[in-house]
Write a protein that binds this ligand. Structure first.
Ligand code: NI
Length: 416
């Protein structure tokens, strides 16, 4: 269930003092060359999920050098958690960055190109890690005036376990990684090649889709291709199932609840003159509601039961959800968006819902969270490639913007 907990907003919430905001901006400007250098170093040495040992080592060393009160390593296999206690008592805020790269061969010609064949930061998590290290720098310098505690989480394997196991957020939660002290809220961001650099994308409520994955077997009975009536042919049955599935998003779910049901692979049969014994399919389901994944699964099962029973066939459905919907707590979103607008003015925009998913959503099931987008696109410089492509690149001016944004929403929460 999505948390319905809202963060209360004092009507006369004090917010971050203007002098503090100015200092955050000044420090972010000062450390911009270091942010870029860190990002480029991580970019040259990308690591797949649960293998981020070099990255985690750099993160832990940096947090220790910044005199964090505690630095925990090996959290959720390769994650790092840093605890910074402010000079004044208060609440606990968590900020998360993901550290993993993708199994993609980079195709851009930058001087800081990935040195690892077939591994690349094609989702920009090198930037996320550099930004959170920048936030660590900023907040450690402001420590004396921070009312509360800051927990920085450097998470492994957001893109999933390369060996097919659980995603990084689940591993972190299973390892009790977001505890001692338990955060009151959590923040995170994604660099976004759909948004022009300088701009920030924010949404209250659903922001990114849930992602479920399924495999399906339609089981018939093999026989001679000339005598189909003596067997059960799963191929026309599978064809009916594929068509009927499309009535789920198109005709069975409210058109105002965006839903995608994709069959990405389908195969079956043995030979041109043999009736197949089985057809296999796999696909993905995307929704924007807490119960969306189960609702779609129930409707898929109804179709599968009805269609296969009509022909004496059977089926096996294996359906699991990789990530629930990324749901931004409305109260926390309202306050955080206001804080961002104080700093970035009309550069704060509302982007479309993202059909892609984020395992940050698991944290939002445990505590109110706010996840937003920082533009890295630069049309004039030709930086437009999408996430997960071999051409993905970022305008690095986004790094300092990310630092300012995360530091401000965190300080704003603690100041309320
Ligand atoms: Ni990503």
């Amino acid at each position: 269930m999505l948390t319905a907990l809202c963060v209360s907003l004092g009507a006369q919430a004090p917010g971050v003092p203007a002098a503090t905001r100015t200092r955050v901006d000044a420090i972010a400007a000062e450390i911009t060359p270091a942010l870029i250098a860190t990002r480029r170093d991580l970019h040259q040495h990308p690591e797949l999920g649960f293998r981020e040992t070099r990255t985690a080592g750099i993160v832990a060393d940096r947090l220790r050098a910044l005199k964090f009160d505690e630095v925990r390593t090996g959290v959720g296999i390769t994650g790092v958690v840093g605890i910074l206690k402010g000079g004044r008592p208060g609440k606990v805020v968590a900020i998360r960055a993901d550290m993993d790269a993708l199994p993609i061969q980079e195709a851009i010609a930058a001087a800081y190109k990935s040195l690892v064949p077939n591994v690349n930061h094609s989702c920009g998590h090198d930037g996320h890690t550099a930004i959170l290290l920048g936030v660590a720098d900023v907040l450690s310098r402001l420590r004396a005036e921070i009312p509360g505690t800051v927990m920085l989480l450097f998470q492994p394997a957001e893109e999933g376990d390369p060996d097919g196991g659980k995603t990084g957020a689940l591993r972190v939660l299973e390892a009790n990684g977001l505890a001692n002290p338990k955060p009151d809220v959590i923040f995170g961001l994604h660099l976004d090649p759909q948004i022009e650099v300088g701009q920030i994308g924010v949404r209250s409520g659903p922001a990114m889709a849930s992602a479920s994955r399924f495999t399906l077997k339609v089981i018939g009975k093999k026989t001679h291709g000339a005598m189909p009536h003596t067997g059960i042919d799963p191929i026309p049955i599978a064809a009916q199932i594929v068509s009927a599935f499309q009535t789920i998003p198109a005709r069975q779910i409210d058109a105002q609840q965006p839903t995608v049901l994709t069959i990405g692979r389908m195969s079956g049969g043995n030979r041109y003159n043999v009736i197949a014994d089985m057809v296999e399919m796999e696909g993905t389901v995307r929704t924007f509601s807490a119960d969306g994944p189960e609702t779609v699964k129930t409707k898929m099962e109804a179709i599968l039961k009805g269609v296969t029973a009509s022909y004496g066939a059977s089926y096996e459905l294996n359906y699991f959800t990789n990530a629930p919907v990324t749901f931004n707590d409305p109260g926390l979103s309202t306050a955080s968006i206001a804080a961002l607008k104080t700093v970035f003015g009309e550069k704060v925009l509302t982007p479309q819902l993202q059909m892609v998913s984020e395992d940050f959503s698991y944290y939002q099931q445990q505590m109110p969270g706010f996840y937003f987008f920082v533009g890295v696109k630069n049309q004039a410089r030709g930086i437009t490639a999408m996430w997960h492509t071999e051409y993905y690149e970022m305008d690095e001016a986004a790094l300092a913007i990310g630092v300012r944004a995360l530091a401000n929403v965190a300080l704003d929460f603690l100041s309320r």
